[in-house]
Write a protein that binds this ligand. Structure first.
Ligand code: 1HE
Length: 260
């Protein structure tokens, strides 16, 4: 589904990085139904060349969350289906074909934080701030935030954000686990793109294991997690690409791990 508020571009030498940009800056990239459905369709129909994706937001803010102008006339049944539509779309981001990196700056609030938390890596610049204003709007999260955000920062911190309207700045956001990377203002896209190019060089099966299998293992009891891990390890190491990569290291043709 094409949408004027969503820009899509293939980048990188092999067109291996999809750059996706919310282009509704005049409304602070607030997510209306059309944008949510367009995101879903985009991740369901990702070109085969793509190995990693970057999601950015036009203007000063990553995303102001749910488009509140669409909320006012909904009844309970419509609200249920609306939330499930967000769930389906953000499932396509989290459990889609490739790892996804969010480029955070300015407001990452409400549904914007829900979108960011469905991504695999979050790179924030120092202008970023995080909030869940649902509490003060008299509503609740509906885009998977109650499932994903506590897994990043813990239930107590999310409860605090929603009960008190607490806003975390960029440094605190990185400290508590909302973002994995913190960079100077204006540098988040470049950092995210650099990471995407790096991720795109991994064996696709390893990336699949990390995005689809690791989060499931994390939800399993340890005993089952160990078994799932063993099966994934066996599948990954039997791939011809894994054998070639290991051989390359043993023959001195691959990079060593360097000190941080
Ligand atoms: C919007 C939205 C929106 C801006 N829906 N139109 N999210 C919120 O409660 C956050 C609401 N937004 C804000 O707090 C601020 O807009 C920002 C801090 C993000 C940015 O402030 P600022 O001063 O740069 O922009 P602005 O002047 O507030 O907004 C510019 C325009 O965007 C303005 O429209 P205009 O026609 O008067 O120009 C705003 O009305 C519009 N706008 N945010 C609709 N969110 C799946 S459930 C998820 C539940 C939620 O996400 S609830 C949280 C919603």
């Amino acid at each position: 589904m094409s949408n004027q508020d969503l820009h899509f571009e293939l980048c990188g030498e092999q067109q291996e990085v999809a750059v996706i940009r919310l282009t509704r800056g005049a409304k602070r990239n607030a997510l209306n139904d059309g944008l949510i459905l367009a995101l879903r369709d985009l991740f369901q129909n990702m070109p085969a060349s793509v190995r990693a994706a970057v999601i950015d937001g036009e203007g000063e803010h990553f995303c102001a969350g749910l488009d509140l102008s669409e909320l006012k006339d909904r009844d309970a049944g419509q609200g249920l289906h609306h939330s499930r539509m967000w769930h389906a779309a953000l499932e396509c981001v989290q459990y889609g074909p490739v790892p996804v990196i969010a480029v955070l700056h300015g407001a990452v609030v409400g549904g914007g934080l829900e979108l960011a938390s469905a991504c695999h890596i979050r790179v924030a610049d120092e202008s970023t701030f995080y909030a869940l204003p649902e509490g003060s709007r008299g509503i609740f999260v509906g885009g998977g935030g109650s499932v994903r955000i506590p897994r990043l920062i813990g239930t107590a911190r999310m409860t605090d954000m929603m009960l008190t309207g607490r806003v975390f700045n960029a440094a605190d956001g990185e400290r508590i686990g909302l973002a994995q990377y913190l960079v100077p203002p204006g540098q988040a896209f470049d950092k995210a793109f650099e990471l995407a190019v790096r991720i795109a060089q991994n064996a696709p099966l390893t990336n699949y294991a990390l995005t689809h299998v690791l989060p499931r293992i994390a939800e399993q009891p340890a005993d089952q997690g160990f078994m799932t891990e063993a099966m994934m390890a066996a599948i990954a190491q039997s791939a011809p690409e894994a054998k070639e990569r290991v051989r390359a290291f043993l023959e001195g043709r691959a990079d060593k791990v360097k000190r941080a």
